[in-house]
Design a protein around this ligand. Structure first.
Ligand SMILES: Nc1ncnc2c1ncn2[C@@H]1O[C@H](COP(=O)(O)OP(=O)(O)OP(=O)(O)O)[C@@H](O)[C@H]1O
Ligand SMILES: [Mg+2]
Length: 645
C-alpha cells in the first residue's frame, strides 16, 4: 500500500477540538526553527547571538562597555555584560519580577518604544525567552539596585523564585550574566560551539560598535582567548578589509552623523584590486541584500566622484560619465546605520526598507565626500584614476562580453570540449568541472550521460583576483565555463538560465587540485555569486584511500571506511594501502562508483555564510600579498578545509 494513498478514514475527527493554541514557550519548543532558523549548527550558534544581542543593545544605549563570552568545557555558555542589569522589580500585572517575565514570556521587552533604549537590535521581545525555552538549564544573574539577584530555569520553567542573594561589594558594577546549556533533545545534530564562527561574529560586532570590548574565552582548549575592541570602529573595519590589498590612497574616508531617525556611519578606501567589497549593516544586522542605505550611498558616490572629475578636468567634456561599477572597482566600504525603527524586507530579512534612510546617507556622503576630495587633491586624483582605468577596461570588455553573449545564446556554440548530457531539464542536470584532460576522459567514460555533463579544464584557470574583467573574459577556459553554464556573467547573469542546477567541481585531493578548486570557486563567487547563493555549487569528494588486495582495488572515503574495508577483506594475501592522489588513478567505472554515482557519492555544498568572510578568504587565498595569505591559511586552516574539501 502506498504510504500516501488517499482514503476516507471515518474515525479521524477534524474539528474544533483538533485546533491547538500553543501557550508561551511551548510554541518555541514545538517549532524551534521558526525562532532560531534551524536546530542545526546555525540555530545553536543563534542562541549565543540572542543573548549577546541584548548586551550590545545595552552598549548602544550607552551603558555597557564590555562583554565576555565563555564557552565552558561542557559546551555551556556564559555571557557577561556590564550594562544596567535586567530589571528585577515586580510587574504588577503578572505578579512576578520583570526578569522572570522576560525569561518566560514571548513578546516581553523594553524595546517597543519608551525610555529604555533609543536604538536597538532587539525588536520583538522574544530573544531571551527563546533561548531559555531551548536550554536544558539557564542561570540568570543580575547585578542591580545594590544587590546580586539570581534565578535558575530548566527548559524554560523557573526552578526557584528570583532571589536577592547578597549586597554588591564595593567596586562591583551592575550587569547581567546569562549561562545556559543548549537542550540536547533539541540540538540533536551538534552541541559543539565553534570558536571560529563566534569569534568572526564578535569581531564584526566590535567593528560596528566603536569602543565596545568583546572577549571570547574558550575553556575547552588552551590559548583560545581573543578580545576585540576597535576605537576606530568601521574605519578599522575598512583597514582590515584592505589589509591584504594595496590601498590606492592613504586616508580612510569616514563620516558619522546623528539624526532624529538614527545614526549613519560610512567608511571607505579604494584598493588596487578589481572587486568591490561594500558591506552594509542596519542595527548591526548584516543587510546582505542592501536596501535604502546602500542605494543612497551609491548615488552619492557616483554623483560626487563624477562631479569632481569633471570639475578638475580629469574627465573631459565629451567623455562618458563614469559608471557606478567603474567607481566601485576596488572599493572597500562599510555603511552602518542604527535606526529607531528599522524595517527589514525581503524573504531573508536582509534588506533595509526604511526609505527615509536613502536621503540621509546620500546627503551626508555627498557633502563629506566632496570635502574629502577637495582637501586631499593627491588622493582624489588617485581615486579618480582608478575609476578611469576601470572605465577603459569596461569598454574593452564590452566587446568580449558581447561575443560571449552571442555565443551562449546560440546553443550550437557550446564549448567544443563540453560533453553535454541529454537531459535539458536544469533541475536534473549536473555539470562536472574536471581538472585535466585525462581525468576528464575518465569522467566522460564513467558518467551517466543522461544527466551528467563533463567540462574538462586544461590546467589552471586564470586567477580572477589578479586580472581585470577584460582579461578574465578573454580567457578561453573561463569562456568555456560561462557558455557551458549558459546564464551569462556579472551583471547580466540570470540564474533562471543556468543549464544545470548542480555544478560540481571535481579535482584531485592534492595541493594542485585544491588550488584549482579555489580558482574556480573564486571565479564563481566573484562573477556568478547567485549560483552559490542558490546552493548550486558543490565540491566532489573523491575517496581518500586506495586499497589493493590480490590485484583488486577498493576505495575508502575516510578512516572508518578504510577500517571497514580491511575487516571485510580480512587481509589475507597482498594488501597495500595508499593515499589516493589523482582522479586519473581510477578507471571510469571506479570514478562513477566512488565519486559520481548519486547513490554513493559524497559532495560538499558550497555556502557563503557571510560575504565579508568569503571576501577575506578569497583575497587572502588568491590575492597578491603572500604574508597575509600565509597567516590566514594558518589561522583558518580548518575553515579553508571546510570550504575547500
Ligand atoms: N543584558 C541585558 N541587560 C539589560 N536588559 C536586558 C538584557 N537582556 C534582556 N534585557 C531586557 O529584556 C528584554 C527582552 O529581551 P529579549 O531578547 O527577549 O527581547 P528584545 O531584545 O526586546 O527583542 P528581540 O526578540 O528582538 O531580541 C529586553 O527588551 C530588555 O529590556
Ligand atoms: Mg533581544
Amino acid at each position: 500500500m502506498a504510504a500516501n494513498s488517499v482514503t476516507k478514514n471515518a474515525k479521524s475527527a477534524y474539528d474544533a477540538s483538533s485546533i491547538q493554541v500553543l501557550e508561551g514557550l511551548e510554541a518555541v519548543k514545538r517549532r524551534p526553527g521558526m525562532y532560531i532558523g534551524s536546530t542545526g549548527p546555525r540555530g545553536l550558534h543563534h542562541l549565543v547571538r540572542e543573548i549577546i544581542d541584548n548586551s550590545i543593545d545595552e552598549a548602544l544605549a550607552g551603558y555597557c562597555t564590555e562583554i565576555l563570552v565563555t564557552i565552558h568545557q561542557d559546551n555551556s555558555v556564559t555571557v557577561t555584560d556590564d550594562g544596567r542589569g535586567m530589571p528585577v522589580g515586580k510587574m504588577a500585572k503578572y505578579g512576578k519580577p520583570a526578569a522572570e517575565v522576560i525569561m518566560t514570556t514571548l513578546h516581553a521587552g523594553g524595546k517597543f518604544g519608551g525610555e529604555g533604549y533609543k536604538v536597538s537590535g532587539g525588536l520583538h521581545g522574544v530573544g531571551a525567552s527563546v533561548v531559555n525555552a531551548l536550554s536544558e538549564w539557564l542561570e540568570l544573574e543580575v547585578r542591580r539596585e545594590g544587590h546580586v539577584w539570581s534565578q535558575r530555569y530548566e527548559r524554560g520553567f523557573p526552578k526557584s523564585a528570583l532571589t536577592k542573594d547578597r549586597k554588591l561589594k564595593k567596586g562591583e558594577g551592575t550587569g547581567t550574566i546569562v549561562s545556559f546549556m543548549p537542550d540536547r533533545e533539541v540540538f540533536t545534530e551538534t552541541q559543539d560551539f565553534s570558536f571560529d564562527t563566534l569569534s568572526r561574529w564578535f569581531r564584526e560586532w566590535a567593528f560596528l560598535n566603536k569602543g565596545l570590548k568583546i572577549r571570547l574565552l574558550d575553556e575547552r582548549e588552551e590559548d583560545r582567548d581573543v578580545t576585540y575592541q576597535y576605537e576606530g570602529g568601521i574605519r578599522d573595519f575598512v583597514e582590515h578589509i584592505n589589509e591584504a590589498k594595496d590601498p590606492v590612497h592613504k586616508t580612510v574616508f569616514y563620516l558619522e552623523r546623528e539624526e532624529e531617525v538614527g545614526d549613519v556611519e560610512v567608511a571607505m578606501q579604494w584598493n588596487s584590486g578589481f572587486q568591490d567589497s561594500v558591506f552594509t549593516f542596519a542595527n548591526n544586522i548584516n543587510t546582505h541584500e542592501g536596501g535604502a542605505h546602500l542605494s543612497g550611498f551609491r548615488s552619492a558616490l557616483s554623483r560626487t566622484i563624477n562631479a569632481y572629475a569633471r570639475q578638475k578636468g580629469l574627465l573631459k567634456e565629451k567623455e562618458e560619465s563614469l559608471t557606478g561599477d567603474d567607481i566601485r572597482e576596488g572599493l572597500a566600504a562599510v555603511i552602518s546605520v542604527k535606526l529607531q525603527e528599522p524595517q527589514f524586507e525581503g524573504q531573508t530579512k536582509t534588506k533595509l526598507g526604511n526609505t527615509e534612510v536613502k536621503g540621509l546617507v546620500e546627503s551626508a556622503t555627498n557633502r563629506y565626500l566632496a570635502e574629502f576630495l577637495e582637501e586631499r587633491p593627491g588622493e582624489a586624483k588617485a581615486i579618480v584614476n582608478k575609476a578611469l582605468q576601470a572605465a577603459r577596461a569596461r569598454l574593452a570588455a564590452r566587446t568580449v562580453r558581447e561575443k560571449i553573449r552571442k555565443g551562449y545564446l546560440e546553443s550550437s556554440t557550446l564549448p567544443g570540449k563540453l560533453a553535454d548530457c541529454s537531459s535539458k531539464d536544469p533541475a536534473r542536470s549536473e555539470l562536472y568541472i574536471v581538472e585535466g584532460n585525462s581525468a576528464g576522459g575518465s569522467a566522460k567514460g564513467g558518467r551517466d550521460r543522461n544527466f551528467q555533463a563533463i567540462l574538462p579544464l586544461r590546467g589552471k584557470i586564470l586567477n580572477v583576483e589578479k586580472a581585470n574583467i577584460n582579461k578574465i573574459l578573454s580567457n578561453t577556459e573561463i569562456q568555456a565555463l560561462i557558455s557551458a553554464i549558459g546564464a551569462g556573467v556579472g551583471e547580466s547573469f540570470d540564474l533562471e538560465q543556468a543549464r544545470y542546477n548542480k555544478i560540481v567541481i571535481m579535482a584531485d585531493a592534492d595541493v594542485d587540485g585544491s588550488h584549482i578548486r579555489t580558482l574556480v570557486l573564486t571565479f564563481l563567487y566573484r562573477n556568478m555569486p547567485e549560483l552559490i547563493e542558490a546552493g548550486y555549487v558543490y565540491i566532489a569528494l573523491p575517496p581518500l584511500y586506495k586499497i589493493t588486495h590480490n590485484r583488486r582495488e577498493h576505495y575508502a572515503k575516510n578512516d572508518a571506511e578504510l577500517r571497514e574495508t580491511l575487516d571485510r577483506i580480512k587481509a589475507n594475501g597482498n594488501v597495500s594501502i595508499s593515499r589516493f592522489k589523482g582522479l586519473s588513478e581510477m578507471n571510469p567505472h571506479q570514478l562513477w562508483e566512488t565519486t559520481m554515482d548519486p547513490q554513493n557519492r559524497t559532495m560538499l555544498q558550497v555556502t557563503v555564510e557571510s560575504a565579508a568572510v568569503a571576501d577575506e578568504l578569497f583575497t587572502a587565498l588568491m590575492g597578491d600579498k603572500v604574508e597575509p595569505r600565509k597567516a590566514f591559511i594558518e589561522e583558518n586552516a580548518r575553515e579553508v578545509k571546510n570550504l575547500d574539501a
